[in-house]
Design a protein around this ligand. Sequence first.
Ligand SMILES: Nc1ncnc2c1ncn2[C@@H]1O[C@H](COP(=O)(O)OP(=O)(O)OP(=O)(O)O)[C@@H](O)[C@H]1O
Length: 437
Amino acid sequence: MNAIQVENVSKVYRIYDRPSDRLKEAIRPGHKIYHRPFYALNDISFSIESGETVGIIGVNGSGKSTILKIITGVLKQTEGNVFVNGKVSALLELGAGFDEEYTGIENIYMNGSILGYTREEMDAKKEEILKFADIGDFVYQPVKTYSSGMLVRLAFALAINVEPEILIIDEALAVGDAFFQAKCFHKLEEIKQSGTTILFVSHDIVSVKKMCSRVVWLDKGVLREVGEANAVCERYMSAQIERTNAENEKLLSQIKMHNETSGIEANSMIKRFPRLDIQKAEAITGTGKVEILSFYIKDKNGKESKLLKVEEEYSFGIVARFHESLEHVIFGFELENLRGVRVFGINNFMEKKYIGQVSNNKVYEALFSLKLPRMCKGEYLITLAVAAGTQENHVVHSRIHNCQTIFVENEGFNIALIELDADTRILEYDNKDIVIR
Ligand SMILES: Nc1ncnc2c1ncn2[C@@H]1O[C@H](COP(=O)(O)OP(=O)(O)OP(=O)(O)O)[C@@H](O)[C@H]1O
């Protein structure tokens, strides 16, 4: 069953060059048109099944908030239809849904009554809401005195504790502090498991990948893609890379970087490298001026391996052919877990091994030797990249996303993403010997 169905929805705004044009058009109905139509959304269709967690992604101004407002009924579409099946609780703009003259408590009851709950029913929910919001006595103060952090705390606590069938969240979590964000993500995970449909707008692609099974990608009001979360997020990130590449290419040509002495070692021996299988890669992007030919991992005996043990030494090699002479080249790779969380990344720029210039039609091998950190046991995905510029400002010439998996063995407790090397001591004191300041 569909919880939300969006059919050919468009939202058109009238844009006037001068404020007076609006008036001129109003007083001469049927005559001259003074406005230009602007499509904030253009013929958007998608549906969300009951129980799904779906993300909406897109750059600023792509129409994400507009579609959420239309789904929640805050805004009326110009064309098309929206069907919503279930009780909706929404967290839209910060403070929306609150009357700022009233206290937090009063707002809790007002919102509850809008959602059809009686005062008694809200009495029962109040404690849970206040506990989650954790804003102390501020709940007795008018909402207009709240900081943005307090507002989002109350709004989130309210939105999740009214047992919605459909929960809609617009980027709101970004406002809270890190502890609150973590608490919210935990709670969202719980809500998701209970079968609530969740629609989630965020610029944080890692969270979207982690939370959502499917993703809707909006681009300048147009639906670019709807599909499996990881795949759509990858293509979205690739598109962002291409966009920033174009911008950085311009910027780098203006910045004059001093040529470092080249750290490249010449090698005339014939070497064999395993061919990189790019068939399984999730996305390949870049200018195409560099072709990544090989990636390999060798253990300390020089044996190739995809089954790695924590705290052992490995060398990671990237081999690439250059189709153009380039300056300030950066070779690097990243490791992500299967939930899309990056565990580590390394490149020669970070390691302060600067490369002055590489020549057209030559092949270069970048070698990274490292001790594998104490990370959680399991499967990981590798992303390879060759870029040029600096860490902050670079053009990606080739990026092969999630092209290979490795398996990490860890005989430890495996309770978190990484384990620490800590010097742990326990000291004992007599009660009388301590002062707690
Ligand atoms: N009242 C309005 N009149 C004219 N244009 C508007 C109006 N409201 C929104 N827009 C435009 O509609 C487009 C979509 O806006 P929307 O807020 O939905 O984007 P968004 O994807 O949520 O952006 P962000 O990530 O920055 O929040 C933007 O170009 C915005 O300027």
